[in-house]
Design a protein around this ligand. Structure first.
Ligand code: HEC
Length: 136
């Protein structure tokens, strides 16, 4: 059921005519940074519901992240570069989603060390995208 809902959400965001702007992406980034904080405090307070809330917020927001309108408009000029950017974004987003679910699974099993490791891997993916897309 959750999968169906997720694919509906993803489908709707692809079909929607609203362009994804830089402001949208910054707002989404703020939300995923908050999600990471929520997950982290769930670890510290040893609270599954908190971690779950953070993971829900993270996965529902990261699914919306993509190259913004301005970048899409440059696509003709830099077709190859943009294709790489798209592919990379999709790959990273997918990885973040997977690792977020790993956090929940491992924590539920009582393996908080593995849960934290998955969290660290997500952080690595955040920084990978910032390095390669933003050149931070
Ligand atoms: C697909 C690429 C990508 C991924 C993945 C990504 N980011 Fe970002 N992030 C960006 C870009 C691009 C910007 C710059 C926003 C802009 O100016 O358009 C940014 C900016 C930010 C900012 C600054 C927002 C501001 O107010 O300027 C924060 C905070 C942030 N990201 C957090 C995160 C966190 C936390 C994660 C991982 C959970 C993450 N990002 C994953 C691409 C990404």
């Amino acid at each position: 059921m959750k999968k169906i809902v997720m694919s509906l959400i993803i489908g709707a965001s692809i079909l929607s005519a609203q362009p994804y702007t830089r402001a949208d992406r910054i707002a989404d980034m703020t939300k995923i940074a908050e999600s990471m904080n929520i997950i982290q405090s769930g670890f510290f307070y040893n609270n599954y519901e908190t971690i779950e809330a953070g993971v829900d917020k993270l996965t529902s927001t990261i699914s919306k992240v993509k190259p913004v309108k301005e970048e899409m408009e440059q696509k003709d000029l830099m077709e190859k570069y943009m294709d790489e950017k798209f592919q990379m974004t999709n790959k990273i987003v997918k990885k973040i989603n997977q690792k977020a679910l790993t956090i929940l699974e491992r924590f539920k099993e009582g393996d908080s060390a593995q849960a934290v490791q998955a969290y660290t891997k997500i952080m690595g993916q955040c920084m990978k995208c910032h390095r390669e897309i933003r050149r931070w």
